[in-house]
Ligand binder design. Structure first.
Ligand code: NAG
Ligand code: NAG
Ligand code: NAG
Ligand code: NAG
Length: 454
């Protein structure tokens, strides 16, 4: 790691984990007749998709939830994000077989399986569900290691496990309650939110439709070198008199030949907002479109105002507040492209002060750990303390999504987490102890081993 980069990354102002209150959604799974996962080609029509926000879940490996149901609580992890029945799926059953057993099932495609080919990896779990009480569980599927557990801590108290010799990447998670049961669910997708502050300078007057290489005027919000491919939403607060603008580009480097979306909040002297796109760098009418929306007084010179933008399957939206999908003030549909980078700017000689939040789902953990220091321990909540090898210690931290890193010294392993409900993290407290080393999880590429930079 280059020293210069380390200094650069010290400009992180605030970093917070969402923990259990993170991305939590509630769902009700309705009564359905008995649906056999192995027999029914299109099971998708009976399930509830947990991905309310259109987040790209590709590579997600685990989920925690609480569920109130008498029995037959079921979760599907599918290899497609739209429940394509032709693609492989896992089915996790909790409290099946009269609330007496739980198990893991897998199917390859939509051809009905005869009874003798139906693989049920079943385990005895008497009275695991309760009709009138929320019960906490986790499920995980990490490189073919498929598990169900009790409680909200991954890897602890497993009740069913199976090793899949042919694992697949998970892109969607769906839930249902089988055999005429109804379920009330609280589902958490754990994630991190990184918040950065930026100033967008006075760039004079630059029109997105008239400048070929527009990217040179924007501030890239991705300070960490995270792989943002597929990012679909952004929340931020901005203090500006108007013209608070965002570019979402199909290229990682804002290549002007690639398609871009442009959002303008408080344009035309803070009277209108706009959603625009250009397909390439031709600067011609055919590649460019713009729709305006009246939004008088939406920005304020001396006040941070919260906004969100989203670009999900080509549906572009701008909204007020911090909750994506609520209080939209502008919306238009354009042809879809994958967003790979995001830049911000303020036009018309305005200056903007921004606080931008980027969600880093735990799935972005790239499997690497970086040693942050020697003869130092990080002082955080200890999830688990165990005698084991350094490798085993890292594997355990890998499996626990709340684990942000580990302390290690001669076979002694401590898995570390932030305490539940803590706020913004501005430092990782350290304590000097001979021989101890603190290792942090790295999020997509070694460049983003976040906890080393405090
Ligand atoms: C639970 O399953 C076990 C093993 O199949 C069986 O012996 C037992 O009778 C079952 N209990 C109930 C209440 O169904
Ligand atoms: C189910 O939950 C209710 C309410 O908390 C409790 O009274 C009851 O004993 C539980 N039943 C079982 C079998 O655990
Ligand atoms: C898998 O489940 C079995 C049966 O409950 C248990 O004996 C075993 O320890 C589990 N394996 C792991 C790796 O946890
Ligand atoms: C912008 O609005 C301000 C306040 O309403 C007004 O004084 C100013 O003349 C307007 N500028 C333009 C270019 O319309």
């Amino acid at each position: 790691m280059a020293f210069g980069q380390r200094v650069f990354l010290l400009s992180i102002v605030a970093l917070k984990t969402l923990g259990k209150t993170g991305i939590e959604n509630t769902f009700t799974t309705p009564i359905i007749e008995h649906k056999n996962f192995f027999i029914l080609p299109d099971i998708w029509q009976y399930v509830v998709d947990i991905n309310k926000n259109g987040i790209d879940l590709t590579g997600i490996t685990a989920m925690t939830f609480e569920v109130e149901a008498c029995q037959d609580v079921s979760i599907i992890m599918s290899s497609s994000d739209d429940g394509d029945p032709k693609k492989p799926m896992y089915n996790f059953v909790i409290g099946g077989w009269n609330n007496n057993q739980s198990g893991i099932q897998r199917r390859d495609d939509d051809s009905p399986l005869p009874l003798e080919s139906q693989l049920n990896h079943r385990f005895l779990t008497p009275e695991i569900c309760n009709c009138s009480e929320y019960r906490p569980f986790w499920i995980s599927a990490i490189k073919g290691d498929i598990r169900i557990g009790k409680g909200l801590i991954f890897g602890i108290n497993d009740i069913a496990n199976w090793t899949d010799p042919n694992p697949f990447t998970i892109r969607g998670i769906e839930i249902y309650t089988n055999i005429k049961n109804i379920g009330e669910w609280k589902v958490q997708i754990e994630g991190l939110v990184i918040e950065n502050t930026f100033t967008t300078p006075n760039i004079g007057t630059k029109d997105f439709f008239h400048v070929v290489d527009f990217w040179q005027y924007v501030v890239d919000v991705n300070k960490y070198g995270l792989d943002l491919s597929g990012i679909t939403t952004l929340t931020f607060e901005v203090k500006a008199c108007g013209e608070a603008s965002i570019v979402m580009s199909n290229s990682e480097v804002g290549d002007p030949k690639k398609p871009m979306y442009n959002f303008i909040i408080g344009g035309e002297n803070n009277t209108k907002s706009a959603i625009r796109r250009r397909l390439d760098d031709s600067l011609t009418g055919t590649s460019q479109r713009m729709i305006l929306f009246p939004t008088s007084g939406v920005c304020k010179c001396d006040e941070y105002r919260p906004f969100w933008i989203s670009a999900i399957n080509g549906e572009l939206r701008i909204g007020k507040g911090r909750i994506v999908g609520m209080d939209a003030i502008a919306g238009f549909n354009y042809p879809h492209f994958t967003v790979r980078c995001i830049g911000i700017y303020t036009n018309q000689e305005y200056i903007g002060e921004w606080k931008v939040q980027i969600e880093v789902l735990n799935k972005l953990f790239d499997g690497n750990f970086l040693q942050c220091s020697t003869n130092n321990k990080a002082v955080l909540d200890i999830l688990l303390s165990k005698k084991t090898s350094l490798l085993q210690c890292a594997i355990m931290c890998d499996m626990l999504s709340s684990c942000i890193g580990h302390n290690y010294h001669y076979q002694s392993c401590e898995l570390l987490a932030f305490s539940p409900g803590h706020g913004v993290v501005t430092e990782i407290p350290m304590k000097q102890e001979d021989g101890w080393e603190f290792y942090t999880k790295c999020y997509r590429y070694n460049r983003a081993c976040l906890w080393c930079y405090f």
